[in-house]
Design a protein around this ligand. Structure first.
Ligand code: SAM
Length: 232
């Protein structure tokens, strides 16, 4: 459970160097290494919430080799699996320096997001095939809700996008309802959705997406753009 989870007191306190060793900024390190963690040349910008076995990360990483992406996963063994998978890919692709930009961390994304990411740090958040929690009394366990959407809005920069996909139509409607109702988001039009390469990856490269494909199930996609905050 959560009491074994480790998370930083604030985003500045987070040491990312072991997750992205290829992006450690060798030229600009803190003067006092006891006071601050090693710096990277860039910040994590793409997050996959509940990344499962890492299919999305592994497909996206070589498409955007200069963007740091992070999978958050609550299950210890699954997190370890994804970390091992990425390390193996890094080794196999060492000459091309691929997969240095992907990593997976064990976290409960419902609780500690603001500990990891500063306001406006992220450009994309993926929520792929989240657990449906069908029963009404379990709805509070859903990772899309009014409260959590405010956390996603905090971490996303204006213009940033939340990507959602599910095979459960009622959950799709729930996610659309909660993002539509949130003042910080607007739905991305379908024409734009179709042209977005990340949508294709989300539909075909996630483990759940493949399973739904095999079972000839339906996939419901919805994207939401982070709006500018209104002037005070
Ligand atoms: N996104 C992957 C895919 O599309 O193949 C996995 C989908 S799987 C149905 C949902 C995943 O979310 C599981 O691996 C589960 O352990 C993880 N998860 C559920 N609640 C979570 C939470 N609060 N924080 C992080 N991960 C969570």
């Amino acid at each position: 459970s959560d009491h074994t989870l480790e998370y930083p007191a604030s985003p500045d306190a987070m040491d990312w160097s072991s997750y992205y060793p290829g992006f450690v900024d060798e030229d600009h390190q803190p003067e006092d290494a006891t006071q601050a963690p090693p710096r990277l040349t860039k910040d994590v910008e793409i997050v996959d919430i509940g990344c499962g076995f890492g299919g999305l990360l592994v497909a996206l990483a070589p498409l955007m080799p200069e963007k740091l992406m992070l999978g958050l996963e609550i299950r210890t063994s699954v997190t370890k699996f994804v970390q091992d998978r990425i390390w193996a890919l890094r080794e196999q692709n060492a000459a091309a320096r691929l997969y240095q930009n992907a990593a997976c961390l064990r976290a409960n994304s419902m609780k500690f997001l603001p500990n990891f990411f500063k306001k406006g740090q992220l450009s994309k958040i993926f929520i792929c095939f989240p657990d449906p929690h069908f029963k009404a009394r379990k709805h509070k366990a859903r990772i899309v809700s009014t409260t959590l959407n405010s956390e996603y809005a905090f971490a996303l920069r204006p213009g940033g996008v939340v990507y959602t996909i599910t095979d459960v139509e009622a959950l799709h409607q729930w996610m659309v309802h909660h993002f539509d109702a949130h003042p910080s988001f607007e739905r991305v039009p379908e024409e734009e959705e179709r042209e977005d390469e990340c949508v294709r990856v989300m539909m075909s490269e996630t483990e759940e997406g493949k399973k739904v494909e095999r079972n000839k199930g339906q996939k419901f996609v919805a994207l939401f753009r982070r709006l500018e905050d209104p002037p005070w």
